[in-house]
Ligand binder design. Structure first.
Ligand SMILES: [Zn+2]
Length: 307
């Protein structure tokens, strides 16, 4: 089906579109979000029966140290600490995990030959939290987000409660970011695969928002807590909050290395900034270590897991 769409686009609009889609592999053309998206997301968050979640915690399993110039256009040579984190959304009696961390072997892949901090004990706790969770949501199909499920000793318990999209599964089977996270067809069958248009409510207060661009299967996650505090987990649309506040993409060579769709990312970053400025949503990029620390100090996120 997807292949057929691509073929018909080629015949309709010619070579330039084909070239564009061959760099950003299998990513459909992204259109700007509709004006009423947030109100639709808010209604969806209220659409499922049950109490809203009460709080959110996170666990940082590793750090990558990169020059800020790898993170943002025109960045300095100063060091940026990229936190490798997963999040725990807590209800009265249950939890839903957002992303899954990674083991040390996968972490080494992101070191490009350097040894960087890895917190094995925290990852052990994270594995326990994943085991105990009711559901697991994956922002996108990169190793630092999905390995904690795929390479877990508890894979058989985790996969049947892990919600993934067709695009995520397709990437993991056909063109995984690294060989260690490639899924066989038999493994892929064990996941809960959801396909949806633009938004999808997974639990009270939690709504997925499709945002292809960083990867084909990337999605954001909106979370509303009791007391109406609203969070937008923006995954890897920007690695730093600065990407959003300054409306700057990653540098061209990083975009090319990942195979991103910069136009889609820019449209998403504009929408995200407006939701922060106009609607007061709390933005949570996956990897902004300083921001996660600040949120922990302010009580916006807890820096531990509830086990
Ligand atoms: Zn990431």
């Amino acid at each position: 089906m997807m292949r057929l769409n691509r073929l018909s686009r080629i015949t309709l609009t010619g070579l330039s579109l084909w070239l564009a889609s061959s760099t950003a592999i299998s990513q459909e053309n992204f259109r700007p979000y509709p004006d009423d998206l947030l109100s639709r997301v808010r209604s969806a968050a209220q659409s499922l029966p049950g109490d809203l979640p009460q709080s959110i915690g996170f666990a940082k399993v590793a750090e990558s140290h990169r020059p800020y110039s790898d993170i943002i256009e025109d960045g300095s040579d100063e060091q940026f600490i990229s936190a490798r984190a997963a999040f725990q959304i807590r209800y009265g009696r249950s939890t839903i995990m957002l992303d899954s961390g990674m083991d040390e072997e996968v972490h080494r892949y992101y070191g490009f030959g350097r040894t960087e901090p890895y917190f094995a004990e925290t990852n052990k706790s994270l594995q326990q939290a994943l085991f105990d969770a009711e559901k697991i949501i994956i922002t996108h199909e990169h190793g630092d987000h999905v390995s904690g499920v795929i390479r877990s000793p508890y894979f058989r318990q985790l996969a049947p409660k892990t919600i993934v999209t067709e695009a995520q599964i397709e990437s993991l089977v056909e063109r995984p970011q690294l060989p260690q996270i490639q899924l066989t067809a038999e493994q892929a069958d064990q996941f809960v695969v959801v396909e949806y248009g633009l938004i999808h409510a997974v639990a009270p207060g939690i709504v997925l928002i499709k945002s292809p661009g960083h990867t084909a299967g990337h999605q954001m996650v909106y979370v509303q807590l009791t007391g109406n505090r609203e969070y937008l987990f923006i995954g890897d649309i920007g690695w730093s909050l600065d990407n959003i506040t300054e409306q700057k993409l990653r540098p061209t060579q990083t975009i090319a290395r990942i195979g991103e769709d910069p136009n889609a990312l820019m449209l998403q970053m504009q929408w995200i900034k407006d939701r922060m400025d106009q609607d007061g949503l709390i933005l949570v990029p996956s990897h902004d270590d300083l921001l996660l620390k600040k949120y922990a100090e302010e009580g916006i996120l807890s820096d531990s897991l509830r086990l």
